[in-house]
Write a protein that binds this ligand. Structure first.
Ligand code: GRF
Length: 186
């Protein structure tokens, strides 16, 4: 069994997709912990509803060094093999990333290297792109820049804003699980 930590800051619909894939045995993983930086995140409710422990971190109260040191020792203690980022809004320094080399995976709503960082979908819409991408990639110290594991696109021509977001999320939930399978199967 592969031990996993998921990091999320918000709704956690990608976190839910990972929980579902664990529960229906598509993924042979055990989610040991949810790491969250926002006490109002719906991701916390999703964890608790599935018996997953949560660590809530107050980034205002501690230095980045203190937080990352605590996380490294906690995740090692839990024997975490992989870290899946699912809408986690805080960045990592090399202190953290170097301890989990090629073991941290993120999902980003653009065809990387296009539109790194926040508001990727809005950037694509402002550019009148006809399609919007989703990328699952390894995490390095540089934001949204690690090796790509899988990418796919959604055609958004003629769709309304709400439909666009729904389609992208739908694709994300499918692609994230496929990418995790690909990584775990080596
Ligand atoms: C997703 O669009 C993901 O690509 C990005 O953050 C968003 C998180 O959505 N990194 P959710 O919280 O999983 O619903």
């Amino acid at each position: 069994m592969v031990n996993v930590a998921v990091f999320a800051s918000g709704n956690g619909s990608n976190f839910q997709a990972i929980i579902d894939a664990m529960n229906n045995k598509t993924l042979a993983i055990k989610i040991k912990i949810l790491i969250c930086d926002n006490e109002d995140a719906k991701a916390i409710d999703r964890a608790l509803a599935n018996g997953i422990d949560v660590i809530l971190i107050d980034y205002k109260k501690y230095t980045r060094f203190e937080i990352e040191s605590m996380l490294v020792s906690k995740l090692k203690e839990l024997r975490v093999d992989y870290i899946f980022l699912a809408g986690f809004l805080k960045k990592f320094t090399n202190l953290f990333v170097s301890k989990f080399k090629n073991k941290i995976i993120n999902i980003h709503p653009s065809l990387l290297p296009k539109y790194k960082g926040l508001h990727a979908i809005e950037q694509a819409l402002e550019n009148n792109d006809n399609e919007i991408g989703v990328s699952v990639h390894y995490v390095t110290e540089q934001l949204d820049s690690g090796e790509i594991i899988l990418q796919d696109t959604v055609n958004i021509e003629g769709l309304k804003n709400k439909e666009i977001h729904e389609k992208i999320h739908e694709l994300e939930h499918k692609l994230y699980i496929e990418a995790i399978l690909k990584v775990l199967e080596g």
